[in-house]
Design a protein around this ligand. Structure first.
Ligand code: ATP
Length: 223
């Protein structure tokens, strides 16, 4: 199993109140799975992705990534895991506005000292090509369309060769045709490189392409 959640719960403190976002989630994800998390708004999809992505920690229960319990890890070890094992595509893309498409994709690679300059440049070029953005390498995010920005974010998430890509609503904010292209691209990478994909979605096309759809409601997995 590449990802395991064991009886995971997550509560947020909101003023004096406690919001329960996830309750008793147990889930195993195989290496190479193309998996969708579905469910209504507020059902806990983003929360679960953030926990698997080590961006946040569960209130109760355990998450294992590649067999390793992440709650025992130091902040440095978690940063390392995020950098080397996980790729994250956020709904808002989170590109750095002052950097070009090329530099945005290169950025996480600069933090991998083991990747030599030549390899780094080949990787950036390769992934920009994979997402069809070679001609836009020197454009900044505000000089790109929404779909193009989304593709830069995907190239950036893939360039570090993560074994797991987490994507929060990868086709939201995109027109039908662009969304279809992005999905196809992710499915091809899944099949060619064996990358595990886990995404949250409301999109029926995404669910159709998935190997498995897990349905959340009110912070729980529906049977
Ligand atoms: N930082 C936070 N503080 C307080 N409550 C939060 C926080 N983040 C999420 N929640 C609450 O946790 C629950 C789950 O939210 P989450 O964002 O995981 O849902 P979602 O299924 O991803 O929704 P959507 O489809 O609208 O993105 C919601 O009730 C939400 O209001």
């Amino acid at each position: 199993m590449i990802v395991e959640a064991q009886a995971v719960g997550k509560e947020y403190a909101l003023g004096k109140q406690t919001v329960t976002a996830l309750r008793n989630i147990s889930l195993s994800i195989h290496k190479g799975e193309f998996m969708a998390l579905a469910g209504p708004s507020g059902s806990g999809k983003s929360t679960l992705l953030n926990l698997i992505g080590c961006i946040d920690t569960p209130t109760t229960g355990t998450i294992l990534i590649g067999g390793q319990n992440i709650s025992g890890k130091t902040p440095d070890e978690l940063a390392d895991l995020r950098l080397n094992t996980l790729g994250f595509v956020f709904q808002t893309f989170n590109l750095l506005p002052v950097l070009s498409a090329w530099e945005n994709v290169e950025y996480p690679l600069l933090q991998q000292p083991k990747v030599a300059k030549k390899t780094r440049q080949e990787r950036v070029q390769h992934y920009l090509k994979v997402v069809g953005l070679e001609p836009y390498a020197h454009h900044r995010p505000n000089e790109l369309s929404g779909g193009q920005r989304q593709r830069v974010a995907i190239a950036r998430a893939l360039a570090t060769r993560p074994s797991i890509v987490l994507a929060d609503e990868p086709t939201a904010n995109l027109d039908h045709k662009t969304g279809e292209g992005i999905l196809r691209l992710m499915k091809d990478l899944n099949q060619e490189e064996g990358t595990t994909f886990i995404f949250s979605t409301h999109d029926a096309r995404v669910m159709e392409m998935a190997d498995r759809v897990i349905e959340l409601a009110d912070g729980q997995i529906m049977e």
